[in-house]
Design a protein around this ligand. Structure first.
Ligand SMILES: [Zn+2]
Length: 380
């Protein structure tokens, strides 16, 4: 039992060491660094998103303040209009008061003169009126008439005083309303002042967030550049290297699997062609529905993943050992990374039409020691 366990452990250890030593020395170190760079990219992107979200809500907040300010400004404009019209009304009332007062003064003066002359000078028409009485009855009648005249004069003065006082009162009401308007205007101006400073503050926040966004974008870009450099280094490491293919270190020359397991038809064979471009067609075009699975034709190590906008579009290459490499182009999505070991038939990408392509298809190449050969001889 003890011996069996010891053999088992030796085998496990051997497998581990063999597999490990089968890779170039710093491949795993590079992979570790790449995944660290991935984490950095994810973190920078997360922070970037947060800063952008904050920016959006800060902009919204600024918009709210802007709206409040324009509301207050139009309120101040309205209040100024009201105050102007109150001033006009007050001026008008002042004029009316002046006129009423002048009329009153004039009449008072006139009545006063009349009464004075009546009682004091003795030469007025009133006295003549009295002394001109023919008898006692006539005299008394004339006294009544005189009293009536005096009473009437007083009534006129009273009415005129009332009329003047009414105008004064109306003016006071307008003045009180104007004072209220002035108070409202002062309040609105205070509110505007505090909103103005809130706006300045908000603009500072937005500017700061803009800086934050810029920094995060730079960080994300730097992490991406770092990852790209590491990937290139890893590709170099793996380029001349024969990956273990199901335990083997060189290609055994067996038939490869059809790279689109869901079917597909050959739309353009390997060889010289005139359409869509004139020249050597270095692979096999397999037409199939967009999004269909692209599978590794044989086990191997992914040595190149390009997500750029090359003629091949998004493409990848797998090294199967023994100088045999396959290439899969025009994909819509690649699901493996450089350095991944893939099994025969394992999904590696999805059908697309990226790069120089006239429709969804897989451009499949088989390269022997760097030279493209007709894949027909290699796949089942
Ligand atoms: Zn092609």
């Amino acid at each position: 039992m003890k011996k069996a366990l010891s053999i088992f452990l030796t085998v496990v250890l051997c497998l581990f060491v063999c597999n490990f030593s089968a890779y170039p020395a710093n491949t795993s170190e590079l992979k570790k660094k790449i995944s660290e760079a991935d984490e950095k990219i994810a973190q920078a992107k997360k922070e970037l998103k947060e800063a952008k979200d904050k920016q959006v809500s800060a902009e919204k907040q600024k918009e709210i303040i802007d709206n409040q300010i324009s509301q207050i400004v139009s309120n101040i404009v309205y209040l100024n209009g009201q105050i102007d019209s109150a001033n006009l009304q007050i001026a008008q009332k002042e004029q009316e008061i002046e006129i009423a007062q002048a009329k009153l003064d004039e009449n008072k003066e006139y009545f006063k003169t009349r009464v004075l002359s009546m009682y004091k000078s003795g030469t007025s028409t009133y006295m003549e009126l009295l002394f001109g009485a023919e008898n006692m009855g006539d005299f008394l009648n004339r006294i009544d008439m005189l009293q009536y005249v005096v009473k009437n004069d007083k009534k006129i003065v009273d009415e005129m005083t009332e009329a003047r006082d009414a105008v004064i009162e109306a003016k006071a009401v307008i003045e009180a309303r104007k004072a209220d308007l002035e108070d409202s205007k002062t309040l609105a101006q205070q509110q505007k002042a505090s909103l103005d400073s809130a706006l300045v503050q908000q603009q500072e926040i937005i500017a700061q967030l803009g800086e934050e966004v810029k920094i995060n974008e730079q960080e994300a870009a730097a992490a991406q550049r770092e990852k790209d450099a590491l990937n290139r280094q890893l590709e170099k490491e793996l380029a001349g290297y024969n990956a273990p293919s199901g335990g083997q270190t060189s290609y055994k020359g067996g038939k490869m699997a059809w790279p689109t397991p869901q079917g597909g038809t050959i739309t353009c064979p390997f060889g010289y062609r005139t359409y869509p471009s004139v020249g050597m067609h270095t692979g096999l075009d397999i037409g199939i529905r967009y999004g269909s699975t692209i599978a590794a034709a044989e086990a191997g190590t992914v040595i190149k993943v390009v997500n750029g906008t090359t003629g091949y579009g998004k493409y990848l290459m797998i090294n199967h050992g023994g100088g045999v490499v396959t290439l899969y182009a025009h994909s819509s999505k690649i699901v493996v990374q450089v350095g991944d070991y893939v099994e025969r038939g394992q999904k590696i990408a999805e059908i697309g039409s990226t790069g120089f392509s006239t429709g969804p298809h897989l451009h499949f190449e088989v390269r022997i020691n760097g030279t493209a050969v007709n894949p027909i001889g290699y796949i089942t």
